[in-house]
Design a protein around this ligand. Sequence first.
Ligand SMILES: NC(=O)c1ccc[n+]([C@@H]2O[C@H](COP(=O)([O-])OP(=O)(O)OC[C@H]3O[C@@H](n4cnc5c(N)ncnc54)[C@H](O)[C@@H]3O)[C@@H](O)[C@H]2O)c1
Length: 338
Amino acid sequence: MNVALVGYGYWGKILLKNLLEIKDFNLKAVVDLDYEQLKPIKAEHPEIDISANYQEVFKRDDIEAVLVGTEETTHYQIARHALHMGKHVFIEKPMTCSFSTSKELVLLAEKNDRTLMVNHLLLYSQPVVKIKELLADKRGDILYIDCMRVSFAPQIRKRINVLWDLAPHDISVVNYLLEDMPVCVSASGVPNVSTENQDTVDCSLYYRRGKIINLKFSWKYPLRKRQTLIRTHDEVMVYDECSEDSSIHVFSVNSDSQAPAKHPVERVPPLAVALKDFLYSIEIGHQPLASGKSALDVIKIIDALQSSLDNNGEKVFLDLDPYRLKSTNSTYDYILER
Ligand SMILES: NC(=O)c1ccc[n+]([C@@H]2O[C@H](COP(=O)([O-])OP(=O)(O)OC[C@H]3O[C@@H](n4cnc5c(N)ncnc54)[C@H](O)[C@@H]3O)[C@@H](O)[C@H]2O)c1
């Protein structure tokens, strides 16, 4: 498949490396406002065109799909233009920086019959696949989930707060595991002294039947932790992305023993798996796992959390009215338009 990559910063370089390694991708062009930094690509791969102007590149009929790896605040404009030009689109997380703009992209992709995918990478990671499998007949038993994604980042993003940067990872996983949306959410945070955006945010997601999800995100936490803990009636499941032991640990609540059962998982880099899902979903005309629609649910929750942050941590109820739950075989789907 002929593709173009827009954005060649820190993450764009990782995307490019993966695109070159997957033989079914044919990278035709790389775009970045900073044209100078694209020159080494041309020197090493003369067959790849480089440009500072994505509008020009999107005019090309031979380019079928676009990968958007630019700053978060530019995703909407670039992805919208790509969809208008009839391209399939893969966007880095977060899809956009508001629910209304994300919804517009989802509807545009549907109207133009294009695949829209958001890089919710963790959905393609082996630990999450394993946890989903372990919870297969226990989803209804989940009582709470605690997630921590914290570290001490020397540089922080200036245009968005930590919620929009890190929450897409864990909320996409929580949605995938629970197959449900919260009734209401709340969030409180600590503003960074230089950017005034929150660099640390604590969130709670409240579900029907008393289920609660707690999430902590920070760029200014002196420890690096990426941990998920899931409590069901009988068990506590723990996964630590930073630990050398890549097993899922399952503790029995009713046993006297503190020793967990260990479920080993392979550490396979998930980005290549995600990119292949994008590619093959287009080819066979299926929705990818991290579809634009599922990403819209993630944005809906983050948008509500942001409203709570803006209102001193008040609970914000999710307006699920325009959505009607439609059961499918193994997952759920929302009908976007009444
Ligand atoms: N999935 C993940 O695990 C993961 C990890 C890191 C970053 N990301 C995401 O990747 C995206 C990029 O992050 P980054 O850290 O690489 O940022 P970055 O600032 O290093 O790079 C962004 C690049 O986009 C370019 N750019 C901006 N506007 C442009 C435009 N209109 N046309 C062409 N190029 C433009 C900039 O010149 C810059 O080179 C963000 O959405 C971020 O959240 C995802």
